[in-house]
Write a protein that binds this ligand. Structure first.
Ligand code: ZN
Length: 406
């Protein structure tokens, strides 16, 4: 229950600003109708927003009673959002406008898992670069979202997993970036951020339940259920990478055997390729240090061995996705991460396995597709986290947001 008058005012500001953002252009009448508030309340709220550069009046529209109210238009370029995809072995950093358009981007390989101090310094450097290139100063930047390759644990869901990120034990990523950049910082799991990006800007705009599955060094799954990120009781929901595919399978870094990640993650793909090469299997990949991009390139060139390795990974992913469909019944499964660059070579055996293994109805209702946002989905989702938190979560400093004093 919101009863404090200041809370009511802030809640109305947040709601009206978000409605204008969502619509692009909208009349006061339509806002009042959708918000179920009086015209005078909407007029007061809009009068608070108009002096900012977040919205402006634009044009007229005819209506049945003959009045021609001026429309309100959202200014998506008024502020920037910064997003960081902190992978196990890469960094992607974006500056984005409020409409999901990437204004500047940096991508690089970086040994994130084993080097917390250098990673934090590098993230700051890249953040300053994209912020400067996009042309936004501190006052015009709403904040920073950081996607981490780890579930978030602890009572406040703000601790990195000590199992996945053992070198980062005792490091307060959020506090360090906030202190250095003097901006609000939000941290969440990378697959959750991929799911958020798809929900806001990608394939997921029309569905209420979706899963984003990231297949990279780690294999993770962000779940959106009833339009909200589903975290579970302890924050570890969606750890599809550690569901069991083969009880006698290879040892996983989590300590269990035959996890999906231990059979389809980048290290598993590279180990499978190496095992074939060690057996004397002829391949374009023989005699060189191989990356997952090399495996994909060789497969595209028609090399049978890497094609088999990718198809096998596709079947394992299909098994896990069939289980997910039967359990949760999402309408959309979006795949992202470096392994999914293999495209149809991975997707065809994956879909075939899903058809064979899932309950027919849940399968028939689901679309399985590659991310429209490509390799930047997680960084875009991290930037989206800033606006999602500021505009959708009660208690966030909305007056500072609209005043441009974040
Ligand atoms: Zn595992």
């Amino acid at each position: 229950m919101i009863s404090d008058p200041n809370d009511v005012r802030e809640n109305n500001l947040r709601m009206v600003l978000d409605m204008i953002r969502e619509a692009g252009t909208i009349s006061r009448v339509d806002i009042a109708r959708a918000a179920q508030l009086s015209r005078s309340t909407i007029t007061n709220v809009v009068n608070e927003l108009l002096p900012t550069d977040l919205i402006h009046e634009s044009g007229t529209v005819s209506s049945v009673v003959g009045r021609r109210p001026i429309l309100l238009e959202f200014n998506y370029d008024a502020r920037a959002l910064l997003g960081v995809d902190m992978g196990a072995s890469h960094l992607t950093v974006v500056a984005m406008n409020l409409g999901g358009r990437v204004l500047a981007i940096r991508r690089e390989s970086f040994p994130v898992l084993t080097n917390p101090d250098q990673s934090i310094a590098e993230i700051q450097r890249l953040l300053r670069e994209v912020q400067a290139e996009a042309g936004y100063d501190q006052e015009k930047t709403w904040g920073i979202g950081i996607a981490v390759p780890s579930p978030l644990e602890g009572e406040k869901l703000d601790r990195l997993s000590p199992i996945i990120m053992s070198h980062w034990i005792g490091v307060d990523l959020k506090r360090e970036i906030r202190a250095a950049m003097r901006l609000p910082v939000f941290v969440d799991n990378d697959a959750n951020m991929g799911a958020l990006a798809e929900k806001w800007w990608g394939h997921g705009r029309e569905v209420h339940n979706l899963a984003f599955i990231k297949v990279a060094t780690g294999v993770g799954c962000g779940l959106i259920i009833n339009d909200t990120i589903y975290r579970g009781e302890g924050g570890t929901a969606g750890e599809i990478g550690h569901t069991s595919i083969d009880v006698n399978g290879p040892l996983c870094r989590c300590g269990l055997r035959g996890c999906l990640e231990a059979m389809t993650g980048v290290p598993a793909i590279l180990a499978a390729v190496q095992a074939e090469l060690d057996n004397g299997r002829p391949s374009l990949l023989a005699g060189k240090a191989v990356t997952v991009a090399d495996v994909v390139a060789a497969a595209r060139a028609g090399d049978p061995m890497p094609i088999e390795v990718i198809q096998r990974a596709g079947r394992y992913l299909g098994l896990a996705i069939a289980n997910l469909l039967n359990l949760v019944n999402p309408g959309l499964i979006v795949l992202g991460g470096s392994v999914t660059e293999a495209g149809d070579m991975l997707l065809s055996p994956l879909r075939q396995t899903v058809r064979e293994r899932s309950f027919a109805k849940s399968n028939a209702e689901a679309t399985i597709t590659m991310s429209r946002l490509g390799e930047d989905a997680v960084a875009v989702g991290a930037a989206t986290l800033v606006i999602q938190q500021l505009l959708h979560v009660p208690g966030m400093p909305i007056l500072q947001v609209i005043g441009g004093k974040m």
